[in-house]
Write a protein that binds this ligand. Structure first.
Ligand code: PEP
Length: 248
């Protein structure tokens, strides 16, 4: 049985007292027992927030693929592991576009996380023009290529995949539940072809892109959508929890 997962990506938002307040508020709320909640604050807060959270997990928003060394400003998978942080987002479209991260770099990050037993939340998704040109499936397949061809079955089982159409991130536009489902099904079928049906059925595939309390229920009701990666709406406790409690 795969898990329902809702992950909040705070990006570069909230000062320390606001982030502590938000975590304190989330701590007071009820979450369905069958939903796993993950929060990805700016990495500077991981250590202090880790001591406060109790019924959800923390994730980093990014790592460097090297384990240590002269990489000013970066953090590594080993550092996360030493803090008992169990997740890290990799390949977010903002990292791909603004920081020029290639599929190869992103895959190196995945490998480093797996080495240190930190679960990667691997993002993929097409640009608006790629969808309009009918290339969305091809683009996402190419982004998944390293995972599909270079990972072993026991490694792929540790990964959460987040399908995030780039044109929907922070824009207020969302993929229709049906279009999102088609892509999630495509991803799951690719996993089944490369590994096994059993493995494919156990991997959580999240949807990201302007997911809100108003649309989460419809999106999460799709067969191959196992939750969401939430940006803007995760900065408000009520919106975030309302999304997390949208599974039927
Ligand atoms: C994201 O950044 O991963 C995201 C989905 O953002 P938003 O929910 O704000 O579109």
């Amino acid at each position: 049985m795969r898990r329902n997962i809702v992950t909040g990506n705070w990006k570069m938002n909230l000062n320390h007292s606001d982030s502590t307040r938000l975590i304190d508020e989330i701590n007071t709320k009820e979450i369905h027992l069958d939903v796993e909640l993950i929060v990805a604050p700016p990495s500077i807060y991981l250590s202090s927030l880790h001591k406060k959270q109790h019924h959800f997990s923390l994730s980093a928003q990014n790592i460097h693929f090297e384990e240590n060394g002269a990489f000013t400003g970066e953090i590594s998978a080993e550092m996360l592991s030493s803090l008992n942080i169990n997740y890290a987002i990799v390949g977010h479209s903002e990292r791909r576009s603004m920081f020029h991260e290639t599929d190869e770099i992103i895959f190196k990050k995945v490998k480093s996380l797996l080495k240190y037993n930190v679960n990667p939340i691997f993002c993929c998704g097409e640009l608006k023009e790629e969808r309009e040109e009918g290339r969305a499936f091809e683009v996402v397949s190419n982004q998944l290529n390293y995972l599909l061809s270079d990972l072993k079955e026991d490694q792929i089982r540790k990964i959460i995949i987040a399908y995030e159409p780039v044109w929907a991130i922070g824009t207020g536009l969302t993929a229709s539940p049906e279009d999102a489902q088609k892509m999630h099904k495509h991803i799951r079928e690719s996993l089944a072809d490369q590994f096994s049906l059993k493995t494919a059925e156990n991997i959580a595939i999240l949807y990201g892109g302007s997911c809100k309390p108003e649309n989460a229920k419809d999106i999460f009701s799709q067969e191959d959508i196992d939750g969401g990666l939430i940006g803007g709406a995760s900065l408000d406790c009520n919106s975030f929890l309302s999304i997390a409690n949208s599974f039927s």
